[in-house]
Design a protein around this ligand. Structure first.
Ligand SMILES: [Cu+2]
Length: 344
């Protein structure tokens, strides 16, 4: 392509070509109708100009054929756009089950990345080529937006909530990462790079510079240190629910409502425990709001998720990468089951 003055970011993910195809379709429709309308304006203004002072044009009483044409054609075009973009939207919103997970926290003005194996990065993200990657995004302060133009993906990182974004890189290389939501003075400096590596190179990158502690392992340590384990336990001393196998399960709440215990619920239960209390328990848990950072919260979430492996009940859609069969995939990064975590 024309590299001297690129009008478009390169296509480096499985979604990029599909997004561009839809975009060019919309562009082509817009150009076609713009040309049609401007041509009609000019041609008609010449053809139907008033030729003498006394000229009186004939009255027009409507045309059913014409009206049907200009109603049905746009209806068809918009229906095509709707179906096409909905299909693309669903593909972009549903990460494949075997996707590798990475936790990302936006903070004024940087991106903090944690891999399940324990590696951390700032304003950088290393991923393997040809493998789906699912990012779990949140923010420590204001709304940010994680934007990688070459992958055609963008997702807001919201305080107090987890959002997900997924992509599968198709070409090794280094790509721009931006914050796409104005977030204060140095918003424009909240940039970084996504480095896509060959699987073998990624594997050796992962094993280098590791803290030796997985994300779930760090979470387990926090769980002990903060005293969570004194109440959340399996025996009769428990004053809070035992958390083994809770993640992804349906939880019965005080008051009769139910919900699925996802990342956002786990996080909420730590920072505002009394918001939605599990049925049968007293709202005695103190809040950890302000006492624990978003990165630590993500570690705790990863730990509570990893308890499902122990309980032998990995729920759909939340499986750790290693739990999914993917024969073509390269050696995978260690997952929630490694590190300091002890297995029975
Ligand atoms: Cu930002």
């Amino acid at each position: 392509m024309w590299t001297g003055f690129p009008l478009f970011p390169e296509q480096a993910s499985t979604m990029a070509g599909r997004v561009d195809a839809l975009y060019f379709f919309l562009l082509a429709i817009s150009v076609f109708f713009s040309v049609l309308i401007f041509t009609a304006v000019i041609v008609f203004s010449v053809k139907f100009r008033r030729r003498s002072e006394s000229e009186r044009p004939q009255a027009i009483l409507g045309s059913l054929a014409l009206e049907l044409t200009w109603s049905l054609i746009p209806l068809g075009i918009t229906a095509i756009i709707f179906v096409w973009s909905a299909d693309l939207f669903f593909s972009m919103s549903r990460p494949p089950r075997e996707a590798m997970e990475v936790y990302v926290v936006g903070k004024r003005w940087m991106w903090k990345v944690q891999h399940l194996t324990g590696q951390r990065e700032i304003n950088e993200l290393h991923v393997p080529v040809g493998m789906p990657v699912r990012l779990m995004l949140t923010s420590e302060d204001v709304i940010h937006s994680f934007f990688v133009p070459a992958f055609r993906v963008k997702k807001d990182a919201l305080p107090g909530r987890y959002s997900t974004l997924w992509f599968q890189a198709t070409r090794p290389g280094t790509y721009h990462l931006f914050c796409a939501e104005y977030c204060g003075t140095r918003h424009s400096g909240m940039v970084g790079t996504v480095t896509v590596m060959e699987p073998a190179a990624f594997q050796s990158w992962l094993s280098g510079g590791a803290s030796g502690q997985s994300l779930a392992g760090a979470g387990q340590k926090l769980f002990q240190e903060m005293g969570c384990s004194t109440c959340h336990r399996a025996d009769s001393q428990a004053r809070g629910p035992n958390l083994d196998g809770v993640f992804g399960s349906t939880v019965q709440l005080e008051g009769g409502a139910t919900l699925t215990a996802d990342e956002t619920y786990v996080r909420e239960s730590i920072v505002t425990p009394s918001a939605r209390v599990v049925a049968g328990y007293q709202p005695i848990m103190p809040t950890y709001q302000g006492l624990i950072g978003e990165e630590s919260l993500m570690q705790l979430v990863a730990y509570i998720r990893s308890l499902n492996d122990k309980a032998g009940a990995a729920p759909a859609g939340h499986a750790a990468p290693a739990a999914s069969p993917a024969p073509a995939a390269p050696a995978r990064p260690a997952t929630t089951g490694t590190g300091t975590e002890r297995r029975p």
